[in-house]
Design a binder for this molecule. Sequence first.
Ligand SMILES: [Zn+2]
Length: 352
Amino acid sequence: MRLPRSVIQRLRDRGLNVHEESGCWGRGSEMGSVVGTLFHHTAGSLTSQAPSRNIIVNGRPGVPGPLANVYITRDRDWNTVRDDPGVGDVWVNIVADGKANHAGEGSGTVVGELAAGRPPSKTAGERGLADTTVANAALWGIEVENNGVGEPWDPDVLQATGAVCQVLGLPVTGHKHYTRRKIDPYGLDAAAIAAVVAGDYTTDDEEQPMRAGDKGPKVRHWQRRMIALGYARRPDGSTVTDWKDKWADADYGPATTAATKRFQDTDGYRPTGEVDADLRDRMVEAFTAQRAAEDRQALAARLTRRFGDETGMSEAKIRQLIATESDEAAREAVSAALADEYAVTIQRRDTA
Ligand SMILES: [Zn+2]
């Protein structure tokens, strides 16, 4: 099998920047039955947004490329050009739809556990597992830019990583859980990886209160959530709508304080303009609810593109059908509705 092209739209539906590396479709030999996803860090230097791109696409001496199916870059503006916020941003790069040399030798036991839907809770080293197989043809590989020696994980990078894992839809584990030869992904144990995949991983840093004067990726993450929830305003009073807008400048100033107060206000809390753990939890709740609504809208748009012409059903009607359903239930509701539509059409034709 190969990575389906539909992942592009599904990732863009989640608001991610997606780049198709030249030649990605058809790169790498045919995969076998894919049973899981392996999460790696690149160990790339902090010098730029995507220092590992060339190696991941083309390989290195002794290991031919591609070295991953998906490559996620860090945000250049925070790591290297702090005076120029808004430049860079996290990108999801599709490198290869076929087999990539990312897993190498590792434990067949772990591959079996992934196939059974049970990612391991300990590393291969902790379990004393020997390398007994080479699983490149059975695992998607995601390489995420991180130097692996202390670079703090950017919440936006982890959010993109989780979204990719969700779209791929298979059990996820770390390289170090597959083979004791490896230590990646840096600083993330099995529980943390599961939280990244679920989209609710919180860095230790993020748990600390935030207030005017604070700077850094966690501030920008908060600012982007305020944009997404509609609380970010420009000096002229207009609402900021693009989450990539440079309003989110990683600097907790008066505009961020005001946006935070608006959020606290609508939520019936005392508007302090500061973020504590409780407010952060409420933000995650509000954002998750909004995300789910947007996912349903995106699903309606996809189903309309797919079925709209042949059934004459409008996007509004399809949206109505899936208004309160999960992704899976929505598909069933739409196919049931489609069956009805066909039945009516056939009936009309037969009785005409
Ligand atoms: Zn690795």
